[in-house]
Ligand binder design. Structure first.
Ligand SMILES: *Cc1c(COP(=O)(O)O)cnc(C)c1O
Length: 460
């Protein structure tokens, strides 16, 4: 899909941050202390940190310069107005409600829209999105296409909504019980897989025909726009900004974790077109986040975010961002490592069920693999399988999603190609010793979002 052979970074390095190298013995002690959960490792014991691309991007010199013109007024900060103008012009929504990060926006949206017993269809669940829907009394239902559940399917738009599944949900529960459809771009839990613009437009048309709103999870909408440009022939002459606007224009609002696409370390927002809903959201934001002109962000954070949003839609930036992810992915594919295909936008996802077929699902192969990879080289990855999926809210049984994955998430503008080479070597070395790896069992299981804080022990 990428025609240029190389994708050299459209930036050069101005400041460096030193990394720590650890010994095998230090890592063995560290991962045991962390209860075999990579979220519980101190970052000083991590060599290459691919836990998440959330808030881990490197800011540009212009964003840092923007931090110096932070207007830290409690109310009406100049940086808020800059951010508002930027969101209105790049994303196109009318009302901006800033929040400290994505889940702050999800909380407010869920509380103002969802009533007890409501059903929220979406293209695969996201952990925090689903939890806020449930805490507000709703239930998530998955309407993503079947290809998304098949790690080997090369379908170019595995994030698409299955319109038949959506129609069935509408017929079964009725429009009155569906407050909105939650539409995620570059679907995280499916491996960073995009939706086509055609599917987004059809999905919105079907919802709007029934009077159902569509709320975009715009966290990775720019990355999704890049895939649309290269995979959807009708869109190839459009700029990323134009494609992004086309996505946003057919939806009614968005929740945004600016810690991803927008190249900042903290921040997020809720954006809405409906005046009345926006008023309700502005009223709730003061309860949970802060005044409606900062929503939990410092003035300087809002300035860095406004600048980051503009940088995020540059084609050269996105070309090297996605090029780097594909570089790592294709190296692993060449070595015969089972990964989700096609390679997604923000990371490479190892198929842990195929990588460690001798470990049963209830001994958490993906969690096990994250620990083994850390032990081998100090590379930190994260589980996206049964531990992340949690338990059924009715029966209390473990949920076993179709995909049992390990996510190697690439921070933006942070690591070099050589770091990707070292990462690939370590994964290949773990793969060559995979028969000796043993599964895990819980020693501590928290109630909410258990993957963040759970602790494990190896099974004998
Ligand atoms: C990260 C993320 C969120 C939650 O955002 P936070 O900023 O971590 O609170 C929501 N949706 C998707 C798709 C995400 O990747």
């Amino acid at each position: 899909m990428v025609t240029r052979q190389s994708w050299a970074e459209p930036w050069k390095v101005k400041v460096v941050e030193h990394l720590t190298m650890t010994t095998h013995a230090e890592r063995k002690a560290a991962i045991a202390d962390a209860g075999y959960n990579t979220f519980l490792l101190p970052s000083r014991l991590v060599y290459i940190d691919l836990l998440t691309d959330s808030g881990t991007s490197a800011m540009s010199d212009r964003q840092w310069a923007g931090m110096m013109i932070g207007d830290e007024a409690y109310a009406g900060s100049e940086n808020y107005y800059h951010l508002e103008r930027t969101v209105q012009s790049i994303y196109g929504y009318r009302h901006l409600i800033p929040t400290h990060q994505g889940r702050g926006a999800e909380n407010i949206l869920s509380q103002i829209c969802i009533r007890k017993g409501d059903v929220v269809p979406g293209n695969m669940y996201f952990t925090t999105t689903k939890l806020h829907q449930e805490l507000a009394g709703g239930r998530f239902t998955d309407v993503i296409i079947d290809e998304a559940h098949d790690s080997e399917s090369e379908f170019p738009f595995k994030g698409n909504v299955d319109l038949n599944k959506l129609q069935r949900v509408i017929d079964e529960v009725g429009v009155d019980r569906i407050p909105y459809l939650s539409l995620e771009t570059n679907v995280n839990m499916a491996g960073g897989q995009p939706c086509s613009l055609e599917n987004i437009e059809q999905t919105c048309a079907l919802c709007h025909k029934h009077g159902i709103k569509v709320i975009l999870d715009a966290t990775r909408a720019v990355e999704n726009s890049y895939f649309i440009k290269y995979r959807e022939p009708a869109q190839q002459d459009k700029s990323l900004g134009e494609i992004l606007r086309a996505i946003c224009d057919c939806t009614d609002g968005c929740t945004m974790s600016a810690k991803k696409d927008s190249l900042v370390n903290i921040g997020g927002f809720l954006a809405l077109n409906d005046d009345e809903l926006a008023d309700q959201a502005r009223n709730l934001v003061v309860v949970y986040e802060g005044l409606q002109t900062y929503g939990g962000m410092a003035g300087r954070d809002m300035e860095a975010l406004a600048i980051g949003i503009r940088e995020s839609v540059h084609l050269d930036h996105m070309h090297s961002r996605i090029g780097q992810v594909e570089y790592l992915g294709h190296k692993l594919i060449e070595a015969g490592i089972p990964v989700v295909r096609p390679i997604g936008g923000h990371g490479v996802f190892l198929d842990a069920a195929k990588f460690l077929p001798h470990i049963q699902r209830d001994q958490f192969p993906a969690q096990t693999l994250t620990a083994a990879l850390y032990l081998d080289s100090g590379v930190r990855s994260m589980e996206r399988g049964a531990v992340s999926a949690g338990r059924d809210s009715k029966t209390g049984e473990n949920l076993f999603p179709s995909l049992e994955l390990v996510r190697l998430t690439i921070p933006r503008r942070v690591y070099t190609q050589a770091h990707m080479d070292v990462t690939a070597e370590s994964i290949i070395s773990v793969y060559n010793q995979r028969d000796q790896i043993k599964g895990l069992r819980f020693t501590y299981e928290p109630k909410y979002l258990r993957f963040f804080q759970a602790r494990f022990d190896p099974v004998d």
